[in-house]
Design a protein around this ligand. Structure first.
Ligand code: CO
Length: 213
């Protein structure tokens, strides 16, 4: 077996020893169940691991990741994760975490074809179209890319606000809060984009759900 593969398994052994030393009883507690406060929707990018960059222990964050942290209403995998997190685990916060330098966002900005992936990226192109005036107004390509990353996160926050079973939760209380973050690969730092929502009031009226009359 290649060295890199063996290193993962050895890493696990070392990690267990470290955890038992630093957090005695953690594994015993976790074996009884989970009640995370957070749902993380992030990019699959290997450089943006939810728990590591937030210094969160196992048991704290329910996680879903895909290319360019998309929230698509036809993605039954993602929606099942969100449903379980919101309805059963009762998470208090949903964090959509994008990252500057995101390859998926960059690909969507370009006119290159990536085969099958184009069908995934087309949704990010939609975000460009909806923000065309602002993005086309940014001359510097790097700045435009950075802003597109942020607008993509914001669009996914809005997509979560359009989910009827999340709106249902908001009728019963203040949770979950939906937040948008952007992570900087070069510094390891997270920027809170200040697009937090716990209501659908900012959305077009057509997206507001209520029981049929
Ligand atoms: Co990415």
């Amino acid at each position: 077996m290649p060295e890199s593969y063996k290193k993962l398994l050895e890493g696990n052994q070392h990690w267990v020893e470290q955890m038992n030393e630093l957090h005695p009883g953690l594994f015993d507690n976790l074996s009884k169940g989970q009640s995370p406060d957070f749902l993380w929707i992030g990019c699959s990018d290997s450089r943006v691991p939810a728990n590591e960059i937030t210094e969160a222990l196992p048991g704290s964050i329910f996680v879903q990741r895909n290319i360019a942290n998309q929230v698509l209403h036809t993605d039954t995998n993602l929606l099942s994760v969100v449903f379980y997190a919101v309805k059963v685990l009762k998470v208090k916060h949903i964090i959509v975490c994008g990252h500057y330098g995101c390859g998926g966002v960059q690909a969507a900005m370009s006119n290159n074809s990536y085969g099958f992936l184009d069908n995934w990226l087309v949704h990010i192109k939609d975000v460009y179209r909806l923000n065309k005036a602002e993005l086309d107004g940014i001359d510097d390509e790097q700045q435009r890319f950075d802003r597109f990353v942020e607008l993509n996160v914001q669009a996914q926050v809005d997509n979560l606000c359009m989910v009827s079973f999340i709106q249902e939760e908001w009728k019963n209380g203040e949770f979950p809060y939906v937040h948008g973050w952007a992570y900087q690969l070069g510094t390891g730092k997270v920027k809170d984009l200040r697009v937090t929502r716990n209501s659908a009031a900012h959305l077009e009226h057509v997206y507001h759900y209520m029981p049929p009359a």
